[in-house]
Design a protein around this ligand. Structure first.
Ligand code: 3EB
Length: 354
């Protein structure tokens, strides 16, 4: 594997990314500044030549919009399938799509499913359809943003509705629901925003890593919902120093139970302990060697902005001053969780931005 085949990730403001240029950009996600309205999320304009996910989950502690920019070597080849826009670059495919539940209301009336279940079902079918149409790359990492994720409607919390529909759509499309499932995050988004997904896939199969401190999410007991969440704790793509590690959204969960409810600093420490355990496990199971916390780029989801200072203190003392960190305000998929942390790292590149 040549060095040019690696993925590269940066967290940038729109003006930083404009001045860097769009060379090699495979795709990006835009997170609005906290004080901005939905209009300002389109600061980049609609005419960018790559898939851009507009995620309605705001940046914390800063008014600026931020972009998560994924680059790969060579010229990216664009494509689309249904609502999915995607781009192929080197070995990697980036795709994104959004589905408004309001479009599903009529269908929901004549079915037994909720609007969120129908929207999630459509989003997953279209994502799988796009992958098939693009030559069947392997799904490596999926980001899911779900409006009002903790709200109960139709007798079931919306995150649990989402899990049910993800599970059923995956089964219907002949896709795995355990084991060989992508790394993922599932977070809240603003009321009225669409269900928004973006994803990375590859011509090569990733390694699927579980956390020895945690029950696999796809084996969670039924108390967390009628269908278990279909994601791996981490995936590793590529070999040796060129490999990229994708750490799923990680919270203060040991076994299958939440620890430290009401103590955001302790939750942040426990989530970091989980990430360290995953780094060791990935080091045992793959040829990447054991990555250090300092070598990763992080997105940190904080439920209550008042907890940001204590959470930031924990993160900075664990990962050092130079790691790339993006803090976002989001509801998390269990009501007793205050913070969730996802990460990306690898030897083939250094996290940049911020
Ligand atoms: C957890 O460990 C926390 O449903 O795709 C983290 C990452 C979480 C991904 C998902 C959920 C998901 O269960 C929640």
């Amino acid at each position: 594997m040549s060095a040019g085949q690696s993925l590269r990730l940066e967290y940038l403001t729109p003006s930083e990314s404009r001045s860097e240029g769009w060379q090699g950009v495979l795709g990006a996600a835009a997170f609005p500044g906290e004080r901005r309205g939905t209009e300002a999320e389109h600061a980049l304009g609609g005419g960018v030549g790559f898939p851009l996910a507009h995620v309605h989950t705001p940046v914390l502690g800063d008014a600026r919009e931020m972009l998560e920019v994924w680059r790969a070597s060579g010229r990216a080849q664009p494509g689309s399938h249904g609502r999915v826009r995607y781009a192929w670059g080197a070995d990697f495919l980036f795709g994104s799509l959004a589905v408004h539940e309001s479009e599903m209301a009529a269908t929901a009336e004549s079915s037994l499913r909720t609007p969120l279940e129908i929207a999630t079902d459509l989003a997953y079918r279209e994502m799988y359809g796009a992958l098939t149409a693009a030559g069947n790359p392997q799904l490596v990492r999926v980001w899911n943003y779900i409006p009002d994720i903790n709200l109960d409607t139709h007798g079931l919390e919306r995150y649990r509705q989402f899990n049910k529909a993800r599970h059923e759509a995956s089964l219907a499309c002949g896709r795995a629901i355990a084991g060989s499932v992508p790394a993922a995050s599932a977070l809240g988004a603003t009321t009225g925003s669409p269900v928004t997904l973006y994803f990375l896939a590859s011509r090569r199969a990733p390694a699927f890593i579980e956390n020895p401190r945690q029950v696999s999410a796809y084996h969670y007991p039924a108390q967390y919902g009628p269908r278990s969440p279909a994601f791996s704790r981490a995936t590793v793509l590529g070999e040796g120093s060129e490999a990229t590690l994708f750490v799923s959204g990680t919270a203060s969960i040991v076994g299958h139970r939440t620890l430290h409810a009401g103590d955001p600093a302790a939750q942040a420490r426990e989530a970091l302990a989980n990430i360290e355990a995953l780094l060791e496990e990935a080091g045992r199971r793959t040829s990447t060697g054991t990555l250090r916390l300092e070598a990763l780029a992080y997105k940190v989801y904080v439920r209550d902005p008042r907890d940001l200072p204590v959470i930031r203190t924990e993160l900075e003392s664990a990962v050092g001053p130079d790691a790339a960190l993006l803090y976002l305000k989001a509801d998390i998929c269990r009501r007793d969780l205050s913070v969730e942390i996802e990460a990306v790292g690898g030897g083939g590149w250094r996290p940049g931005g911020q």
